[in-house]
Ligand binder design. Sequence first.
Ligand SMILES: [Zn+2]
Ligand SMILES: [Zn+2]
Length: 784
Amino acid sequence: MRGAPSTGNGDGASDRPPTELTPLIGGSAPPASPPGAGAVAPLLSPSYAAASPSSSPFSPFNTAKIRSNSENEELPATSSPRAGNLATMLSHHDEEDDAPAVDAAESDEEDRDSQQSQYAYFASPAKVLGSACVKGDYFQAQSAVEMTVSKATAAAARLHALDDDGDEQKATDREVARETRRQVADSVFRLLTVHEARHQMNALHLAVLYDHPTVVAYLISVARKYFPRDEEEAAAFQQNAEKKRHIHIHRQSEDHMHHVHSNGNGSCVGHGEEHQGQEHGSDAGSSVGSEAPHYPDGSCGTLQEFLDSRCGDSKHQATALMLCTSVACAAALVDEGATLDDINSSGMTALHYAASTGNAAFVSLLVHRGADVNQTDSRGATALHWAVFEGFQYTAMLLVGYGADQSICDSEKQTPLMIASALGDAFLAKQLVVEGAPANAKDKHGRTALDIARQGAHFDTASAVKAGASDRLVAWASRNGASTLFFFGMVGSTATLSLIFAVPCLPPQNPSDTTRYQAMGLVFLAYTCVLYVYVCLKDPGYVPRSTRPAYELLADESNAIPCPTCVTRKPLRSKHCSACRRCVHRFDHHCPWINNCVGLGNHRSFLFFLVTLSSFCLVIGALSLSILLGHLPLYPVGFRASSNASDAGNVAATVPWPWRWLQPPEWAQVGVTTSEPSTLLLQGIHAVLVLCAVVFGLPTTMLLALQLRNVSRNLTTNEVFNKDKYPYLKTPLDEFYNPFDRGCLRNFIEVCRGEIPAEDEDEGDVDEVASSALQEHDVDNISR
Ligand SMILES: [Zn+2]
Ligand SMILES: [Zn+2]
């Protein structure tokens, strides 16, 4: 499934049709961009495709391929730079093809080695460790480390013996112990950080890339045990080593060590780069540099330096954290203190890698441990840019939910929305717009996302962008009180007009009855308004946000995929509402008229409200209609009498005090004398009332009918309209099946009870059906 966090092989840029990454040549396709904007400008900055980790041999995507080869060949066989364009990558492939003989011989040799590697003690420790990290063999890794430790201890003991013989200054036991520790640390550090020749990865990188959490944890524990704990101890080790070297310099027959001073955390990388080529050029036989000649004696780094060590050549420089493919490995590294915001040579952080590989759980882990969601790489792209570019919808929405800023532009001034438009990702484009992407932002060619979608002939995406924008406008207006204002304005004015002009015409036309009717009308009006306010404010049953982070929820396979935007476990029948930005229990629909969702919590009151409002409209419409049709008089009797008396005081006397202000004004009463204009005016008022009642009442009544029908079947409006999307509404034969129907009466009772199930984090309250969180995430059904 596209966008699913766990899958995604082959979803990278290389599989995409090339048209999306190349300029549109102005042929048959008419340029839709504004004049002067350059109709042949590329839709997307090509730098993404060039630098995408998934096109890189270091990408976790490539592990499957590599792993399938790993029986024959222990180490990855490609070494093209990760930030090259297609041409350079091809040229690298050519280079490799040029020297097949060496490779074949080498791999044969390695083949034999790996077959013999069950007798691991005969191979060099670094080689054994490298193969253990690729295969995930914990015990082999352990044996390699132990072998190194014992060798180093033995060597240290030998040296001390020599010291005792030759030098007059006797070392104390404590000094001996410290020196032994230093030498062991030095050997282990060299063992763990020696780069294999092709990808220049150390043991940690290999274990992480091939996703072996136990080996990663073991390597970290070894590092913690043997390496100097801090810079201070490392410096002491260094000094000790210098001293030793001066003492023993005459004893060393061949000194090919380089006296390069360690310069902080970059030291391993620097040396690796400098000397890797030469050493292995001359020493091509062992692809795993077992003696680590490029590390000067005593340059033992700290645990921190080990965790943040880089791999790859100068064009890559990824840390182990960036190569993670699983949360287990990443958590082990992060918990031990691996730096979160380290960048590689193109400015990408681990979060960029996680986003561009669609690893939602990894993204979540990094964000929860404090990675900056909006960090940009050297091309100005955020993690969201990368997730959108690689087409990982779930990861993109997760980043949006974590507060990724959608208005950040890359160096081409493209927002994530523009990338989605260029790629024709209609679903993601709409979601981004609904979640607040700036739809009017322009790229450096002056095109908006809509222009880009049209230029790329992605018309479904263009309409999705427009639909998203209108949804957002409706939600915005509704949120800012437009619907409330409209409701009170309409209901208030129609009710007032009806009370003044229609109600007094009801028989028997005497003032006290009229007053009683008007009082009833006002009570009814007040009831409707109170109910409206209640439905607006009532909690529709928002699913509480989960206390557990998304990566834990994603790891929990028994649960449905959590909602990416509000990071919550989605109970059965719930759905995310993008207007409310929350997930709602038994979501029915979002109603902009009440600026609220209709869900489990307020379904009953919503039904009551609909009944009240539709009968309100029915009464008003029926009254005015019967007046217009002549079944009721146009003028109330009482007013006619007072008018005949032509006495203002009498008028006041005939109408009781509280309703006196409701009297029709003078011109309406003058109508008694059959003035033509006033009759027309009164008829006009009634016509308007009928019109309002129809315009307001007809949709309400229809909605009520629809609701009653759905409630009687125990289905939500959302389920009725999107029944194809929900696996729980289908039989195994893909036919519609309603598992909630318990008969009409019971269905009504169940809906009206509306009890929100208590959230229990540990065990599901309802049967969790693995429905796609994405499918439920759309906003198609906003009630009219
Ligand atoms: Zn949600
Ligand atoms: Zn809503």
